[in-house]
Design a protein around this ligand. Structure first.
Ligand code: BTN
Length: 336
């Protein structure tokens, strides 16, 4: 958004529900009345409902449900996560965009899109990302860790998302090791962590988070395994259905929770993060199929260790630690 439009939006927001005179706006923006009117129309095209009246000026009535920084910022409590904000209406994949950010991009930058046309999931799958219905975003991080430790950020993000869903929407979600957030047996969010590294040093890590927020339905083939926060809220809180789930508050809460956990992670608190992930785990205690290149085996998920590896008990009674990123785990009883 142009700086002047941004300033106009700030003024209107500060006075939401009251008129701001054209003259006041002209003075603060240092532009003509015609220019002000043009900026008002830019905002209207973005979905802002702005009333205008001769002699009174302009009044902001309603903000649209969009994830631009100005809409998310009032909910944001972070120092650096999400403070560099790249917003797209449409993009191929926010992960691809984040991976292409220049090396001097500050840590904590985030790429957010209303729609992805080539959203990517794990193991080469597509990620359905319809316009305005979810949160499709990628965090750009530069942690001082080894490449082997990078998959741990998936756990950090999963815990941040589960906590944010609880605090912003009021729904308890579980974590399917390591990267899916589950409600009532269905997937509401997926995380795709991608690494750019030398053999022994990390350049950057991109943590992509896709949350189905206001989807009302899913395409054939996803229907049985995917859900959205709106669908789940309708099921569990029928009295609270006052329209859509607030994406901006949820997005900010994910970033707020992520920063807190990430700071702990960098200080070496990963075992504590895993302890909390385990409390929310829907994988532990379940039969799983560990998928490996050229095959796989059935086992029982029994624990998650301090490195974030899933401990599985094989049919011969032996245990094995399964590392995220190297194998995937599929539920044997339904999706989870
Ligand atoms: C999975 O469960 O397979 C991971 C899905 C990750 C989807 C998100 S949406 C934002 C970011 N951009 C992408 O292309 N993918 C991730």
């Amino acid at each position: 958004m142009a700086q002047e439009t941004n300033l106009l939006l700030k003024m209107l927001k500060e006075n939401k529900g009251a008129y701001v005179s054209g003259q006041q706006i002209c003075d603060r923006m240092g532009v003509s009345r015609t220019a002000v009117w043009k900026h008002v129309n830019v905002l209207r095209e973005m979905g802002y409902v702005i009333e205008s009246a001769t002699k009174k000026g302009y009044m902001l009535i309603k903000e649209p449900d969009i994830l631009i920084y100005d809409e998310v910022e009032p909910y944001l409590k972070t120092k650096y996560i999400g403070r560099n904000y790249f917003y797209f209406n449409t993009v191929g994949s926010t992960n691809t965009q984040a991976k292409a950010l220049p090396e001097n991009t500050p840590e904590g930058a985030v790429v957010v899109a209303e729609e992805q046309t080539a959203g990517r999931g794990r193991t080469g799958r597509a990620w359905v990302s319809p316009k305005g219905q979810g949160i499709w975003m990628s965090l750009y991080l530069k942690p001082d860790i080894t490449p082997q430790e990078a998959p741990r950020l998936t756990h950090v993000a999963a815990l941040a998302v589960a906590r944010a869903i609880k605090s912003a929407v009021g729904i308890s979600a579980g974590i399917k090791w390591p990267n899916d957030i589950i409600i009532d047996g269905k997937k509401v969010c997926g995380i795709l962590t991608e690494l750019s590294a030398e053999i022994d040093a990390v350049n950057s890590v991109v943590v992509g988070i896709g949350i189905n927020v206001n989807n009302e339905r899913f395409p054939e083939g996803l229907k049985d395994v995917a859900t959205s926060l709106l669908i789940e809220r309708k099921k569990t809180m029928p009295n609270q259905n006052d329209g859509v789930v607030d994406r901006k508050a949820l997005l900010a809460e994910v970033l707020n929770n992520f920063e807190k956990l990430y700071e702990g992670f960098l200080k070496g608190d990963f075992p504590d993060i895993i302890k909390d992930c385990k409390k929310l785990s829907v994988t532990i205690g379940r039969p799983v199929r560990v998928m490996e290149k050229g095959g796989g085996f059935d086992a029982l998920a029994v624990d998650i260790d301090d490195r974030g590896a899933l401990i599985v008990k094989k049919q011969d009674g032996s245990t094995e630690a399964v590392i995220a990123g190297e194998v995937s785990v599929r539920g044997v009883l339904g999706y989870v």
